[in-house]
Design a protein around this ligand. Sequence first.
Ligand code: ADP
Ligand code: MG
Length: 324
Amino acid sequence: MLLEVRDLRVEFRTRDGIVRAVNGVTYSVEAGETLAVLGESGSGKSVTAQAVMGILDMPPGRITGGEVLFQGRDLLKLKEDQRRKVRGAEMAMIFQDALSSLNPVLTVGAQLAEMFTVHRGMSRKEARARAVELMDRVRIPAAGDRAGDYPHQFSGGMRQRIMIAMALALEPALIIADEPTTALDVTVQAQVMDLLAELQRELNMGLILITHDLGVVADVADRIAVMYAGRIVETAPVYDIYKAPAHPYTRGLLESIPRLDQKGKELYAIKGLPPNLLHIPPGCAFHPRCPMAQDVCRRDVPPLYEVAGERRSACYFWRETLDG
Ligand code: ADP
Ligand code: MG
């Protein structure tokens, strides 16, 4: 297994109290596999990823439990200088907003070249050539000419391609893409997503794709992990989830995407709001919004039940939900 996150817990100490952002997340990714992490805003998707990458804001953040096994090593036990070596070279992250992740005062060619001079000890000339190759690989037209341009001179979609190029530069084994296309126009979104999926296959990388958009993941993901209030509530192969969700929250997410075959029908929306992580509801955190909630849901946190095969659901009523 490439990456195994086990029972990860992260909290933030804030003036208002303790924000329990990640409450025992367990997931894994194999080489060549795409895991989509899905959930509404504020469910702890990014914080989990930051803890895995080792870029969590500490303080106020604190990892209070769990393991992050990457190729068998627990990254949480590494010293910062070892951690830094892993980051970039062995695992890399792609963020939503390329403009704030790229250096505004360096040309993109120089930024890409720096990856090779710093990490691979290449000469500047060699590194430049590799930078242009990479830009070509992420299909930036006239890459040779454009290497001398600054990030702001590129369109949003092209900038996102440059960020993908930065992440791929050292051919890491794992990429974490955190809402990589959310800031882009819909048509550009699909192009960037296709590119990422294609490169991932070519390089046989593990990919964690964080998104709140179920529509995006159908084509590219192998498995889905659905997060709610800092926990995984359902995880399963993509096909299974689309066929029949085993958690009422997943069902709500699925039913709230527009579908061509249901044109004109009113969209289902999950009622209410995601919980404030300062005050997570007792029992199943989803119970205040759940159409199936019973007393037990208000009282006890449900375990992740084994539904079948790789499929897990943290719902007492997963059978009823499946039959739904
Ligand atoms: P998602 O990516 O699923 O939208 P996040 O992982 O970003 O959600 O956030 C989960 C929770 O952690 C949120 O309640 C957020 O307010 C809190 N959080 C994230 N970063 C910080 C921080 N630096 N300080 C305090 N709280 C934070
Ligand atoms: Mg996020």
